[in-house]
Design a protein around this ligand. Structure first.
Ligand SMILES: Cc1cc2nc3c(=O)[nH]c(=O)nc-3n(C[C@H](O)[C@H](O)[C@H](O)COP(=O)(O)OP(=O)(O)OC[C@H]3O[C@@H](n4cnc5c(N)ncnc54)[C@H](O)[C@@H]3O)c2cc1C
Length: 564
């Protein structure tokens, strides 16, 4: 994914320090160095080697380790550094998919919406959407029917059901042009997408999974009924590991992984579809989002973002080159501005854009004619060694498509497919009711947790407390620890970020660079200055230099020796 401020000042600030960390690691630390490889005793094969630290890889790791499998997950960059941090951040059934008759997907996603709101109430919360009626795009009866299905397809629903609204009389209509007199309000959910990935990885680690970021699967082959894989780390070390099964959760790289790294032919194809978002200063009051229908039949969202901003997206464009190099184009910025300007009273212009990001959807290629129509449902493909007994089949499961919303169910389906080959996978799915780290907010949920933190840490501003509970839930207390005043939280890096939080993110959440912290573990990149970023870089560098060799090598506490 690429992320850029309009003036690209953040970009300038980031690249050097990120490279510095890699350089530093190359000199002193090679977690996977050839030298240490030879000295260690051979480790029994992992049950599961998962390639890809996006939402699907992290979700499968959590579920599998909880069922008794030994799991190694490798991510070539940071967790959620690609599609899983570039989404519109909705936990939704996908109202528009009803038009494509994707009833299975919408039903599953609506059921998941309810579950995810329960297991991660700190980072996932309800969001209401205002849908102005535009006769030129879809008739009112069609919207009413779609919303009726949306309210009922998923069964029991705790969110408010949809309703009609007179926009010319209701405060919800204030930001809109007077021509929009009627509309609808319906409910969905909001998610801090990259944090959802990290929390799944953390929970997997707590249960015994080995999570290796900045570690690339170079290639893998079936040898004697097992997968034998070569891994490379950012410090230049390589290592061979073995596993009974391999999961290809490489997102936009799923196809090239099969072809170039695993040497496996498949009839299934991935269709890469780029989607971009812009962030502009806040355009309207209130906590509701707006969903606007375009003349091209696409829809564009305008969503309150980080209190001071509005997030606008997205686009749907075919993408044929490197998924790691995706960026928003000037045409997309113009398209997104035009889309909201058909509805909003005060227009948005490209000059208002303070930040943008773009990502690539790894969709299953169902041969649809245009990018918006390609199915958002997922397909799981299992390849096994020809003619082998199930115990020696060395299965490979590849994931095509999917949504953040359906990741948990996708993981269950993936393990159902692998279970015949991995008897170690015990029991059925268990993740539907177990809170993710920090999600145990206690009685009274988010509001009570926030009130408790305000009482326990009165030296934090209301805004700081709110952010800590939103990002970390009950783990906010782990970060605050024994602090009795702001000085105890250490150096401040702007936007409320302190050394205590940075230390927590490095030790517990695999953060290495300022970019990891400011754009994925948090969204504080929007709230800090260039000077803040430079100080944070310096702090991370000094911290890395001064850390004990053990800490330097591996910031994760629960470590499982990696040996082939
Ligand atoms: C614009 C846009 C908007 C979206 N909006 C929503 C939304 O609102 N709600 C929703 O539910 N879904 C949404 N989605 C869909 C959702 O974001 C994706 O389905 C999901 O994030 C895909 O996750 P993934 O784990 O498959 O892929 P990724 O997150 O891309 O993870 C794959 C990982 O594999 C790693 N990898 C690749 N090759 C290797 C290798 N050789 N070795 C090690 N690691 C490797 C990559 O570095 C990458 O991090 C949106 C997607 C886009 C693009």
């Amino acid at each position: 994914m690429s992320q850029k401020r309009a003036l690209s000042r953040y970009e300038r600030g980031l690249k050097t320090p990120t490279m510095f960390v890699y350089e530093h690691r190359r000199e002193e630390t090679s977690m996977l160095s050839e030298a240490s490889n030879g000295g260690e005793p051979a480790r029994p094969p992992y049950d599961l080697l998962i390639v890809g630290g996006g939402i699907n890889g992290a979700g499968i790791a959590r579920d599998a380790v909880g069922r008794g499998a030994s799991v190694l997950l490798v991510e070539q960059h940071d967790l959620a550094s690609h599609t899983s941090s570039a989404s519109t951040k909705l936990i939704h059934g996908g109202l528009r998919y009803l038009e494509y008759y994707e009833f299975r997907l919408v039903r599953e996603a609506l059921i998941e919406r309810e579950r995810l709101l329960r297991i991660a109430p700190h980072i996932i919360w309800p969001l209401s959407f205002v849908l102005p009626h535009s006769r030129l795009v879809r008739p009112a009866w069609m919207l009413r029917l779609g919303l009726f299905l949306y309210d009922h397809l998923g069964g029991r629903m705790t969110l408010p059901r949809s309703r009609g609204v007179r926009l010319d009389r209701d405060p919800l209509g204030v930001p809109l042009q007077p021509a929009f007199k009627r509309g609808f309000v319906y409910s969905d959910g909001w998610v801090q997408d990259s944090r959802l990935v990290v929390l799944n990885a953390m929970d997997a680690r707590t249960r015994g999974a080995d999570i290796r970021t900045r570690t690339t699967l170079v290639d893998a082959r079936r040898v004697d009924g097992l997968w034998q894989a070569t891994l490379a780390d950012a410090a230049g070390g390589t290592r061979t590991v073995r596993a009974r099964a391999l999961v290809n959760a490489a997102g936009p790289w799923v196809g090239s992984m099969l072809r170039d790294r695993l040497g496996i032919a498949t009839t299934k194809q991935v269709r890469l579809v780029k989607g971009s978002h812009i962030v502009v200063p806040r355009q309207f009051e209130g906590e509701q989002a707006y969903i606007f229908q375009n003349p091209d039949k696409r829809i564009v969202f305008a969503i309150p973002y980080e209190r001071q901003f509005t997030l606008i997206g997205t686009t749907d464009l075919p993408w044929t080159t490197d998924p790691g190099q995706v960026e928003i184009s000037a045409d997309e910025i113009r398209y997104l501005c035009d889309s909201v300007n058909r509805y909003l009273r005060s227009p948005v212009s490209p000059a208002d854009v303070v930040w943008s990001y773009a990502g690539v959807r790894p969709l299953y290629d169902d041969a649809a004619r245009n990018a918006s129509a390609v199915t958002r449902d997922y397909v799981l493909d299992v390849d096994v060694a020809a003619g082998a007994h199930p115990a020696d089949a060395a299965p490979l499961l590849s994931i095509f498509g999917g949504k953040i919303t359906t990741y948990r169910r996708l993981a269950e389906h993936a393990l159902e497919k692998l279970a015949p080959f991995l008897p170690v996978l015990k029991g059925n799915g268990w993740t539907a009711e177990r809170a993710l780290p920090g999600g145990d907010l206690g009685p009274g949920g988010f509001d009570s947790a926030l009130a408790r933190l305000r009482k326990d840490a009165p030296f934090l501003s209301a805004e700081e407390s709110w952010r800590l509970v939103r990002d970390y839930g009950s783990r906010a207390w782990t970060i605050i620890g024994d602090a009795r005043g702001p000085a105890d939280l250490g150096e401040s890096f702007g936007g409320g970020l302190t050394a205590r939080e940075v230390d927590y993110l490095v030790r517990q959440e695999w953060a290495v660079t300022a970019e990891d912290i400011l754009w994925r573990r948090s969204r504080l990149g929007l709230h800090v200055t260039d000077e803040d970023v430079a100080r944070l870089d310096r702090y991370l560098r000094d911290r890395q230099r001064d850390a004990a060799p053990e800490d330097r090598r591996e910031p994760c506490p629960a470590r499982v020796a990696l040996a082939g």
